[in-house]
Design a protein around this ligand. Structure first.
Ligand code: GLU
Length: 416
């Protein structure tokens, strides 16, 4: 099967949104392509004394509203078109959340699970040296993404400080708490998704006990989202990781804490007591009310969308649904809460972290939570209203809001 190019999907989403509104042709032309694309060859001295070279990327998509912002992904399938799409979605996401950032993304084509801690550190420092002229707290602020961690952010802070001759904590976000990180950042993406979901649940009058939830992916994002759902009384009946999935056929629901303990002990969620093993593909088609893709792109496609049973899809991953799957969901009246809204909690708390670093202050967890709640609720209501105004779906509405905000900034600055 030919792989689906995520950047092509991103552009299709842009064109669809643009067809609902008036955007100056020169502005739209700029939105169709990243402002700057950096491609690097990242040399790493391996533990056995040999040197390997990994492909690295940083795509700076748009900075009309503020510095470029977005994570760095370490993944064996990372490639330029994927990073371009992810950078585009970051620009849109920051506009949806109404935080003063543009959008960017980085990636290294590497399987970090096959590297030692020392190799991972040298890889990160090497990549940082290559990007030293394009990143910076006022220029482009990276953060964690798939398979990158607070420790990796700490290495970036240190390498960047060595080059600059002083420490600038705001050069990256998602740092460890003891090194300028923010309270609430670790759980932020899951928390934000849950806040958005609860707003929708109010509109649709969903009752936790009668609502079965399936979550694909048990990384930082999927885990905290599943946990918030479970703690609020929703029934988490399906979970998965990269090795496979589990299904609680009885439908009572699992406690994600226990599942994570099991995964830590055995290396996978598969085999968790009283569940049936299931593939990641079949997991997406389980009988449930809410499906939460929290792993990678292109999970819901023209091929499997018709078999999806959920009536709500909460996109915690970036780009999990292709445009042809979207067409099917629109016809089936499945409510898709788009990634650029559903998972914007992560970058929103990244913004709080950056703002704290620049001011040299640190907020309490309570302040972070309240501010996140406020930002996410406002974003949800604006997008809901826009969807009603244009009689369209939430994804199109989110892109309409984002494109209008970015286009306004570009036109005020006269970048066209
Ligand atoms: N990687 C996350 C995302 O896709 C967070 C980005 C950030 O905090 O800058 O939204």
């Amino acid at each position: 099967m030919a792989t689906i190019n995520p950047f092509r999907s991103a552009l299709a989403q842009l064109e669809r949104a643009a067809s609902f509104i008036t955007v100056a042709p020169g502005t739209l032309a700029q939105l169709r392509t990243p402002k700057r694309t950096v491609q690097v060859a990242v040399p790493v001295r391996m533990d056995d004394g040999t040197t390997r070279v990994f492909d690295g990327y940083r795509v700076q998509y748009n900075d009309a509203r503020g510095p470029f912002k977005g994570g760095i992904r370490y993944h064996p399938d990372a490639n330029l078109d994927e990073v371009k799409a992810l950078a585009f979605w970051m620009a849109m996401k920051c506009a949806v959340a109404d935080i003063p950032f543009g959008g960017g993304k980085g990636g290294i084509r590497v399987d970090p699970k096959k590297l030692s801690v020392g190799e991972l550190e040298r890889l990160t420092r090497s990549y940082t040296r290559l990007l030293k002229d394009v990143i910076g707290s006022r220029r482009d602020v990276p953060a964690p993404d798939v398979y990158t961690t607070p420790q990796i952010m700490a290495w970036i802070v240190d390498e960047y400080a060595k080059i600059m001759g002083h420490t600038d904590l705001a050069v990256v976000t998602g740092k460890p708490l003891a090194l300028g990180g923010s309270l609430g950042r670790e759980t932020a993406t899951g928390d934000g998704g849950f806040i958005i979901f609860e707003e929708l649940a109010k509109k649709l009058k969903l009752k936790p006990k009668d609502t079965r939830v399936v979550v694909q992916g048990l990384g930082n994002v999927g885990y905290y989202l599943a946990l918030r759902m479970h703690d609020a009384g929703y029934r988490v009946v399906g979970l998965s990781d990269s090795k496979g999935g589990i299904w609680d056929k009885q439908g009572l629901g699992m406690n994600p804490r226990e599942v994570l303990q099991w995964k830590k002990k055995t290396g996978t969620v598969v085999g968790f007591p009283d569940t049936k093993s299931i593939t990641n593909e079949k997991l997406l088609e389980l009988p449930c009310n809410v499906l939460v893709p929290s792993a990678l792109e292109n999970q819901l496609t023209g091929k499997n969308a018709k078999r999806v049973k959920a009536s709500v899809i909460l996109e915690m991953a970036n780009g999990p649904t292709t445009p042809d799957a979207d067409d099917i969901f629109r016809k089936k009246k499945v409510v898709v809460i788009p990634d650029i809204l559903a998972n914007a909690g992560g970058v929103t708390v990244s913004y709080f972290e950056w703002a704290q670093n620049l001011q040299g202050v640190s907020w309490t967890e309570d302040v972070v939570r309240k501010q996140l709640q406020e930002k996410m609720t406002v974003a949800f209501n604006e997008i809901w209203k826009t969807a009603e105004q244009h009689a369209t779906d939430l994804r199109t509405a989110a892109f309409i809001v984002a494109v209008q905000r970015i286009a306004t900034a570009m036109e005020l600055r006269a970048t066209a």
